[in-house]
Write a protein that binds this ligand. Structure first.
Ligand code: PMP
Length: 430
């Protein structure tokens, strides 16, 4: 495998784009080496500028649940293009997708389309604040909700009742309204509530977090949060940008049987186009402008091309619930294969897995929150990443990310992934 064009593109990119990339993790900083630049992708494969092929385990960070460049989505986009790229006015497709989302995710009674997951979560928090008339909200350590100011509060920031800005540019004034709790710890949430009685608008979390690597909720945890929010009049927001339409047709809330007041969506909902959405109970959503006083808008929101792609994938998933059985089998085979290799090699790394998401943590400790995820040996992960890349497997370039599987992975490719994993582990531990 020769990587030449990607290297020279990266050198050039650094002259014109901060860090050479348009989103930080893409730069491979956490794993060393230079990023590969992508020319095209199809099915289970992604191809770099040097025409090297890699089996895809990120799938554009989640959206490509059926694999890349699916003919059905491609054709829908081409057909939509023939009628123009943007109108800035309502369309029939927006009504259709809104209706479909409310059917697939029943807790979403009304929905507003936006252009990214970041916009969805920012808007959801503003709405929860406007609806409750309260300023503060609870966020879980290690959970990612996009780059809105109030979400960029570090887990390692020390004080748990008073967030510290994690990024320059986020003011202390903003950070102080973000309260941090460790994931999977109901007691910590109760303590925050005691210290901020009647001041907390919302609790937002990834019901199954994928942004500190994949971590699963402990039994009763999501139910416990539901009870607490009911008792305190707080809006429970599930950020299902990753898990929506992936863990089940109705997302993690369907899988775990816990109903949030609001849900944020992204990734799969746009079929690979830039789309996000937030929705929830009618009484809350009626607070959004122009129905209500909370302002939120978008020049390109509900874009006709993006809606065509989104509608196509959502209709497909709605009509083919068996996709989730297929994805679960693929997930079991890959995660199971990796687990048996790890055992065979006498290792005790932690593998977290649910449906078509999994993470291998380079630690022998159970990973159930951000602190335990951080026990992982990130240097070793970097070596593992490079060893897998060399063998033609494209992983997320960070220990603290989940992998996303697609239905394009057949048994032959699954075998290759498992074999590459075993060889890579042997190589890095030599
Ligand atoms: N929420 C979650 C759970 C996410 O995983 C992400 C992105 N990975 C976002 C929000 C932000 O979405 P976007 O990158 O589209 O702004």
């Amino acid at each position: 495998m020769q990587i030449i064009k990607s290297k020279s593109l990266f050198e050039k990119a650094k002259n014109y784009i901060p860090g050479g990339v348009n989103s930080p993790v893409r730069a491979f900083r956490a794993v060393g080496g230079d990023p590969i630049f992508i020319k095209k992708a199809d099915g289970a494969f992604i191809y770099d500028e040097d025409d090297n092929a890699y089996i895809e385990l990120i799938n554009s960070w989640g959206p490509m649940i059926l694999g890349h460049n699916h003919p059905m989505i491609r054709e829908a986009v081409i057909k939509a293009l023939e009628n123009g790229t943007s109108f800035g006015a309502p369309t029939a497709r927006e009504v259709e997708i809104a209706e479909l989302i409310t059917q697939m995710v029943p807790s979403v009674e009304k929905v507003r389309m936006v252009n990214s997951g970041t916009e969805a979560t920012m808007s959801a928090i503003r709405l929860a604040r406007g609806f409750t008339g309260r300023d503060k909200f609870i966020k879980m350590e290690g959970h990612y909700h996009g780059h809105g100011d109030s979400f960029l509060i570090s887990a390692g920031s020390g004080a748990i009742t008073m967030g510290n800005p994690d990024s320059p540019g986020v003011t202390k004034g903003t950070a102080k309204d973000t309260l941090l709790a460790p994931y999977n710890d109901l007691e910590a949430v109760e303590k925050l509530i005691d210290a901020n009685k009647g001041e907390i608008a919302a609790l937002i979390l990834e019901p199954v977090p994928g942004n500190m690597g994949l971590v699963l909720p402990k039994e009763g945890y999501l139910e416990g949060l539901r009870k607490i929010c009911d008792r305190e009049g707080m809006v429970l927001i599930f950020d299902e940008v990753m898990t929506g339409f992936r863990l089940a047709k109705g997302g993690a809330q369907e899988l775990f049987g816990v109903t949030p007041d609001m849900t944020t969506l992204g990734k799969i909902i746009g079929g690979g186009m830039p789309v996000g959405a937030y929705g929830g109970k009618k009484e809350i959503m009626e607070f959004v402008s122009p129905a209500g006083p909370v302002y939120q808008a978008g020049t390109l929101s509900g874009n006709p091309i993006a809606m065509a792609a989104g509608l196509t994938i959502l209709h497909y998933l709605d009509d083919h619930p068996e996709v989730y059985g297929t994805l679960n089998k693929i997930g079991e085979k890959i995660a199971g294969g990796i687990k048996s290799s790890v055992e065979k090699l006498g290792l005790n790394f932690t593998i977290n897995h649910l449906g078509s998401m999994y993470s291998i943590f380079f630690t022998d400790k159970e990973v159930f929150d951000f602190a335990s995820a951080k026990h992982s040996d990130t240097v070793l992960f970097g070596k593992y990443f490079q060893a897998m890349l060399k063998r033609g497997i494209y992983l997320a370039p960070s220990q603290f990310e989940s992998l996303f599987l697609s239905t394009a992975l057949n048994d032959e490719l699954i075998g290759k992934i498992i074999q590459a994993n075993e060889e890579s582990l042997k190589e890095i531990l030599k």
